[in-house]
Design a protein around this ligand. Structure first.
Ligand code: F6P
Length: 330
């Protein structure tokens, strides 16, 4: 039996709690002990542990009851500047040794795994991560925990915007999250029936968009939804709105930034399933001796991917989905 630390780091994502629950239950079932670390790497440096009802720094099966359906993370999350320094990593490693922790399950995105890759250089315990981010920008897993819920939230908002857009014959620019990735924007656009998605991965051609919109207008289109990733090269929805206006787009335009609303809410069944599967797989992989890897699901199979790949390689948008959106927009 080993002592496993679990924590959430970086931007939170719906399903992180379901993943913490899975790690705890799977570890407990295998006879391991779990220590919850609050506030990600910051908590590792500060020795900020989750305390159970008896004020002990142990997370048992009952401490994760009724959290599978809750958004956010009971362990809280943080982006830790100090962990980006050598001193921060060494302090964390020393604390892990002091508290006799043998293995870690960090739940987060590429920034989290960049940190994990550093940690394994200074600590001889095992680290097996789980992908928790609404961005779905990680190589080594078809989907990340939180993405499905974020898409659902954005689509729900756009359905409502479409009603008012249609009544007033307007164009809505809807900004979704994704500083470096257009996955959320592309999926949301397809599922919401939006006309256009502007993503960081491809150039945004203003004259082309204006021509396309006027053609749609001529065929009787009354409302337009353009989904814009915050990291789109034009600088997000507000900038794009200005540029469209200058390019004499004929639609009356309104801009909506969905923002952090996309990060909250009860996780979708898909996110709960993924979190439950991957939390368990991370624990079993630790049992099998793995380290320096992220647990993911590819083609319904659980797989392990070296941390390095998750922050050095960009997950490409599927060309088929880019083409599909174009095909639907006529
Ligand atoms: O990585 C998740 C994410 O929500 C991105 O989509 C977004 O760009 C970023 O986090 C926002 O970060 P913060 O919550 O620190 O403002």
């Amino acid at each position: 039996a080993v002592r496993i630390g679990v924590f959430c780091s970086g931007g939170d994502a719906p399903g992180m709690n379901a993943c913490v629950r899975s790690v705890v239950r799977s570890a407990t079932a295998a006879g391991h002990e779990v220590v919850g670390i609050n506030r990600g790497y910051q908590g590792l440096i500060d020795q900020n542990f989750f305390l159970n009802a008896k004020q002990q720094p142990i997370m048992g099966a009952r401490d994760v009851s009724n959290i599978i359906q809750r958004g956010g993370t009971i362990l809280r999350s943080a982006r830790c500047q100090r962990f980006m320094t050598d001193e921060g990593v060494r302090t964390a490693a020393e604390n892990l040794r002091q508290h006799k922790i043998d293995a870690l399950v960090p739940i987060g995105g590429n920034g989290t795994f960049r940190g994990s890759a550093e940690l394994v250089k200074h600590w001889d315990g095992q680290v097996v991560g789980c992908p928790g981010t609404i961005d779905n920008d990680l190589i080594g897993t078809d989907f990340t925990i939180g993405f499905s819920t974020a898409v659902e939230t954005a689509v729900d908002a756009i359905d409502k915007l479409r009603d008012t857009a249609e009544s007033h014959e307007r164009l809505f620019l809807v900004e979704v999250m994704g500083r470096h990735s257009g996955y959320l924007a592309l999926y949301t656009a397809l599922a919401a029936g939006a006309e256009i998605a502007c993503v960081p991965e491809t150039p945004t051609e203003i004259p082309g968009i204006v021509a396309h919109l006027s053609q749609l207008q001529q065929t009787g289109k009354k409302s337009i939804i353009v989904v814009v990733a915050e990291g789109d090269e034009e600088g997000g929805a507000l900038m794009l709105a200005e540029k469209l206006q200058r390019a004499e787009c004929t639609f009356a335009t309104r801009t909506v930034i969905l923002g952090h609303v996309q990060r909250g809410g009860s996780p979708s069944p898909d996110d709960r399933m993924l979190a439950t599967r991957l939390g368990d797989f991370a624990v079993k992989s630790i049992g099998a001796g793995a380290t320096g890897v992220m647990a993911g699901e590819v083609n319904s199979q659980c797989v392990l991917t070296p941390f390095e790949k998750t922050f050095t390689e960009h997950k490409q948008l599927p060309q088929a989905l880019i083409d599909l959106l174009e095909c639907m927009s006529n």
